[in-house]
Design a protein around this ligand. Structure first.
Ligand SMILES: [Cu+2]
Length: 150
């Protein structure tokens, strides 16, 4: 069922006109910590188009809710804040990574180990860009520094 959703999303993508402007790389999903049902996804977006783009939401087929977050330093503490929109200027690269922007996934179901994990990036012009996330093991040292206790 989930795999069929991914195929459908991919078909929607090919019918969109302007998705070629956004290239997604390093799209990864951190493996769920035992006992938790929230995790994070990271990716890198590059806008190769002449016009700025605005990301306004994210959705996923495996979590109840997905949000864009950033981390800011407040009173010497790193805190997370929800991003309602994110601009990607012409020729700009925006990186979601540990310690910075990230995609928060809440209420993960038991299908985490299914082969396909689709995240859909939703732009202000209505365009939906599906991204397949690679599952990244907790042992991957590049992911260890992120904590999410909110
Ligand atoms: Cu967060």
């Amino acid at each position: 069922m989930m795999a069929r959703v991914c195929v459908l999303l991919a078909l929607l993508m090919t019918s969109a006109v302007v998705t070629a402007d956004i290239q997604v790389t390093n799209a990864g999903l951190r493996e769920l910590i035992p006992g938790q049902n929230n995790t994070v996804a990271y990716l890198q977006l590059h806008n190769s188009g002449l016009e700025g783009r605005q990301l306004i939401a994210v959705e996923s087929n495996f979590a109840q809710r997905a949000e864009m977050h950033t981390q800011i330093m407040t009173d010497g503490m790193m805190r997370m804040r929800k991003l309602d929109k994110l601009d990607i200027g012409a020729f700009e690269t925006v990186v979601f990574t540990a310690g910075g922007h990230h995609i928060m996934l809440y209420g993960m179901d038991k299908r985490l180990n299914a082969k396909d994990r689709c995240l859909v990036l939703i732009f202000i012009n209505g365009e939906r860009l599906p991204v397949t996330l690679e599952l990244q093991s907790l042992a991957d040292s590049t992911l260890k520094s992120h904590t999410h206790d909110h």
